[in-house]
Write a protein that binds this ligand. Structure first.
Ligand code: DC
Length: 224
């Protein structure tokens, strides 16, 4: 029997992580946060004092990197160290674009991500999952929400986690990250015809999961 591979892509703050975790729980799937892997590479480069993101320096980092997950994919370990919080700092936010825009890094991480999927039922979220990593999977989703809604969600999440910020700064940051992820040369975030587009602006997490589960059911029954 074929494994279930669910691809969820979309812009920053669209709720991909929350939805993917919930879906993993409901359908008993492995959850993979691919953004965390790019963040780990940025973090490892910073710890190693790498300033220039050339293929040689990043290649050395990638040769030695060991990224593992625990607690149903919610905890992230970089070379054995729990970096779940460290990879979410502003500093890593600022550094990760340089890493995720590098074609060489992407090739290596995509290979690792495909390995995770091999023989596993998995839900993966990121920017290039349906277009690159799991491009042969029939279960592809593009999760979106208005910029204002995404900014509001991120702002509330930050306040809950005691991260100081203003709504205006969060919104500006989201717009900057969208621009970067959608316009880079290497595997940009793209909305494609074969992915079901879901605008989650007015939907709860459960409602988004219901839409996804219903769509998978239709594909399985050959109705799509
Ligand atoms: O989803 P996130 O904010 O944790 O992602 C961190 C960075 O990695 C962001 O610049 C987008 C990028 N990314 C990517 O290019 N491809 C992925 N599959 C996942 C994330």
């Amino acid at each position: 029997m074929n494994n279930i591979h669910i691809a969820i892509d979309g812009p920053a703050g669209a709720g991909k992580g929350t939805v993917a975790k919930e879906l993993a729980e409901k359908l008993n799937l492995t959850y993979l946060d691919t953004g965390a892997m790019y963040r780990c590479v940025a973090c490892a480069a910073k710890m190693a004092g790498v300033k220039s993101y050339d293929n040689d320096s990043l290649g050395k980092i990638l040769d030695d990197i060991d990224i593992t997950f625990a607690d149903s994919g919610k905890k992230v370990f970089l070379n054995g160290e729990d970096v779940t919080e460290k990879i979410r700092t502003r500093e890593v936010d600022d550094l990760v674009g340089g890493v995720s825009g590098n074609k060489f890094v992407r090739e290596r991480l995509v290979a690792m991500q495909r390995k995770y999927a091999e023989g596993n039922n998995i839900v993966m979220e990121g920017r290039d999952i349906g277009t690159v990593v799991l491009k042969d999977s029939p279960y592809k989703f593009y999760l979106d929400a208005s910029v204002d809604e995404r900014a509001k969600r991120r702002y509330e999440q930050n306040i809950k986690n005691n991260i100081e910020c203003t709504l205006e700064a969060v919104k500006a940051d989201i717009i900057r990250r969208d621009e970067r992820d959608m316009n880079r040369e290497a595997d940009p975030l793209t909305r494609t015809e074969d992915a079901l587009y879901i605008d989650s602006s007015d939907l709860t997490v459960d409602e988004v999961c219901d839409v996804i589960i219903a769509h998978i059911g239709k594909i399985k029954r050959g109705e799509k």
